[in-house]
Design a protein. Structure first.
Length: 223
């Protein structure tokens, strides 16, 4: 069998408009279906929203109220009370009392010292112990003669300053003027402070503290 080549005719070389239109429609339908399948898988792009700028409201400052005027406080100072001076009490001053003589072998004590009535001392009430008053002895025994001073032949007069309380007891005894021998001075001071008693000084009928001088003489009996 012999095949003969088919030679297209003149009509076969022309394009078929209907066929082309059918093919084009098919392609369009397929493309549309493909796009529909892809649409759910694609997430739409989120466009960030631009934030609105903050609104700044400027409030004008209120005017500061004026400061209140200062309040003037008048301080009334109390006037000092002028007290009338208390009348001065004239107290008779005592002269230096006679010495309490401490002798080896004999003792001499003057219980009431002599007073010079010419001198007077003014004292203010309530201003500490009264000075210049006569110290009256109540119990004024002579102090013992220190053995070492007796052995050494020491003698002399010591002047004691005695502060007497309202009960007549010596509150404080100090050496106003020494005898030149410390052993004699201390013996006299300790004895007066521990053993002596005085009659309380009176002022206006009331007992008061008094400050006075008491001499004590240490003398050896050389006869």
């Amino acid at each position: 069998m012999v095949l003969q080549p088919v030679v297209p005719g003149h009509d076969a070389a022309r394009p078929d408009p209907g066929r082309i239109a059918g093919i084009s429609g098919t392609l369009l339908l397929n493309a549309a279906a493909f796009l529909l399948l892809l649409a759910p898988m694609t997430r739409p792009l989120e466009v960030p929203r631009a934030e609105a700028p903050p609104v700044v409201v400027l409030v004008p400052d209120r005017p500061r109220p004026p400061d209140p005027p200062p309040v003037r406080v008048e301080v009334v100072r109390p006037q000092p009370t002028v007290r009338a001076p208390a009348p001065l009490q004239r107290i008779q001053a005592a002269a230096t009392p006679a010495a309490v003589v401490v002798e080896h072998g004999s003792i001499a004590v003057d219980p009431q010292p002599a007073i010079d009535p010419g001198d007077t001392v003014a004292a203010q009430p309530g201003q500490g112990p009264v000075t210049g008053m006569r110290l009256e002895y109540g119990d004024a025994s002579a102090p013992p003669y220190p053995r070492d001073a007796l052995r050494d032949g020491a003698e002399g007069t010591v002047m004691l300053q005695v502060l007497v309380g309202v009960d007549g007891r010596p509150l404080e005894v100090t050496i106003h003027a020494g005898s030149g021998h410390r052993r004699l001075d201390e013996a006299a001071r300790r004895h007066v402070l521990r053993h002596w008693r005085f009659r309380p000084a009176l002022r206006g009928g009331e007992p008061v503290q008094a400050l006075g001088l008491v001499p004590i003489a240490f003398s050896l009996d050389r006869g």
